[in-house]
Design a binder for this molecule. Structure first.
Ligand code: B12
Ligand code: SF4
Length: 448
């Protein structure tokens, strides 16, 4: 085992709800498992820690004390979702103060998009890994272990002789790379058992909160998307800015299936969450995957599938052969109005096409949920019409178990935060500081 000890930390967003302390954004990024896995493969001691879970289990928990006691030298703070940005930064501030010789690196979508601004404004952050992290985190750990220059670390934004620079070397995982990573390994996580039962909102003043039934474990099927939905920070153009990715990578069905088997057999995981539909014009990868799942699992699989485009009949036939009756397809037409749908959502379809597919799903006995979005910057009556249409679909199609409308989340790198005027919006956050200010909660955050 190498000397340099590494810790990967997920920080949820702390909220002050009328004096009650709660947190949301409680799920860790799936990629933390592959980062820890690659570090371990290269003989580094690496653990994943969930700050909310640790604080809930022990009110006196302090990350700085943990770091000192365990002699951690590389602290990797995950800033995937923008909402906990204040908490991540304030935690880093305290840690650097208490443990000045720890190297602090940030990573994830939000940190990547704002890497330069973060390094300019917060001198206690040593570096940001921009984009995909598996190979870069290992190169960084190796360079720190051997006291070498950081020049060769892929995707690294850092301070070189006082200047903020981004190294030339770029890492974007190919399909082959993805098959060498492992996306689920609870042994790397502290208190995984408790974390696996975390609710959507964790209330720190209530007992017995870590008891929620699992809402399903995410499965990585691949990376990238050809779409550019206006609200999305993970579409083609956004990804190009966040990680440089301009192609799609797919995991092989065999590696997905062996991971699911391990999850079922060793960890009794019952529901599997898929969120990957990067090119609805060619779903051959997904169809092949479902055919293989159907032949590998005698009892069908419980699948929760968030599909971006309209499911087509070939896809549905393959899905039907693989998915149990408890499975659900989540479909989002976004808006009742087709013109607005065309403007906001990639992979367009009409209401008529949607209803034809729902009729086909009825005939297969499939289960679905349909969700619309309350879109800011458009007439209220259009959003109201989406709610009515959701009700209509629920009452007319037996495959629609639920249909609803919810508020859209505003995230960095999305086409509409890049060009708000085009979408009739004046007040979108723009800089990292904007997001940081919006999400401010408690001074010192989790290090209270
Ligand atoms: C699958 C998915 C989910 C799944 C699973 C999430 C999970 N556990 O990882 C579910 C459905 C649960 C989900 C939920 C949410 N999601 Co989501 N999700 C995605 C999606 C479609 C794919 C992400 C993915 O699986 N990547 C592959 C995995 C294996 O890699 P990874 O986890 O991303 O990690 C890699 C890198 O990001 C990086 N990295 C990540 N963390 C760190 C940390 C360090 C230190 C380093 C060095 C690197 C690093 O390296 C990793 C390995 O390469 C993306 C959109 C897209 N097209 O990419 C949106 C996306 C990431 N989600 C998004 C959002 C907004 C949400 C929600 C907030 C939605 C909501 N309003 O509730 C919630 C948050 C839930 C929570 N945390 O509690 C946004 C994030 C935008 C932003 N910058 O804030 C995206 C981009 C989509 C969008 N709408 O714009 N999501
Ligand atoms: S289809 Fe749209 S929402 Fe889904 S990942 Fe692609 S751009 Fe984002």
């Amino acid at each position: 085992m190498k000397n340099l000890k590494c810790l990967l930390v997920h920080t949820p967003r702390l909220n002050n709800q009328n004096g009650k302390i709660t947190s949301d954004i409680n799920y860790i990024a799936m990629g933390l498992f592959s980062l820890a896995g690659e570090l371990a493969k290269n003989d580094f001691d690496a653990k994943i820690l969930h700050l909310g879970v640790e604080k809930y289990l022990n009110k006196n928990f302090k990350l700085s004390s943990y770091i000192e006691k365990n002699n951690i030298k590389l602290l990797a703070l995950s800033l995937q979702w923008n909402f906990p940005c204040y908490d991540v930064i304030e935690t880093a501030r305290v840690i650097k103060n208490e443990c000045p010789d720890v190297f602090i690196v940030l990573g994830g979508y939000t940190a990547s998009f704002f890497a330069k601004e973060i390094l300019e404004k917060f001198c206690f952050i040593d570096a940001v890994i921009k984009g995909e992290g598996e190979i870069p985190i290992v190169s960084l750990a190796q360079a720190l272990e051997n006291r070498q220059t950081l020049n060769g670390v892929e995707n690294l934004y850092w301070r070189k002789n006082g200047q903020i620079v981004l190294n030339d070397k770029l890492f974007i995982a190919s399909s082959l790379d993805l098959d060498t990573f492992s996306f689920f390994n609870p042994e790397y996580m502290l208190h995984y058992e408790e974390y696996s039962k975390i609710p959507f909102i964790l209330d720190y003043s209530e007992e017995n909160q870590l008891t929620s039934p699992s809402s399903g474990q995410g499965i990585c099927l691949g990376r990238g998307c050809l779409g550019n939905c206006v609200w999305c920070g993970g579409g083609f153009l956004a990804e190009k800015k966040v990680s440089g990715r301009n192609f799609i990578s797919y995991r092989s069905p065999d590696s997905v299936i062996s991971e699911i088997k391990m999850m079922k057999n060793e960890y009794n995981i019952e529901f599997f969450r898929f969120s990957f539909d990067p090119n609805p014009n060619d779903r051959s990868f997904l169809i092949d995957l479902f055919n293989k799942i159907a032949s590998e699992f005698k009892e069908k699989l419980n699948i929760l599938y968030n599909i971006d485009g309209l499911p087509d009949k070939d896809f549905l036939d393959a899905y039907n052969a693989a998915a149990s009756s408890a499975s659900t397809l989540f479909i989002s037409p976004v808006c009742y109005n087709e013109e607005i749908r065309r403007k906001y959502k990639s992979f367009f379809y009409t209401n008529k096409q949607l209803e034809e597919i729902l009729t086909y799903m009825n005939s297969l006995g499939l289960k679905s949920e349909i969700y619309f979005s309350e879109i800011p910057g458009i007439e209220k009556s259009v959003n109201e019409k989406s709610k009515e249409y959701a009700e209509y679909l629920k009452s007319h199609y037996s495959c629609v178990f639920d249909a609803y409308c919810y508020e859209m989340t505003v995230v960095p790198a999305s086409p509409w935060t890049e060009k708000p005027d085009k979408y009739n919006i004046k007040e979108f956050p723009k800089t990292f500081t904007d997001y940081y200010n919006i999400n401010k909660s408690f001074e010192n955050s989790f290090e209270l």
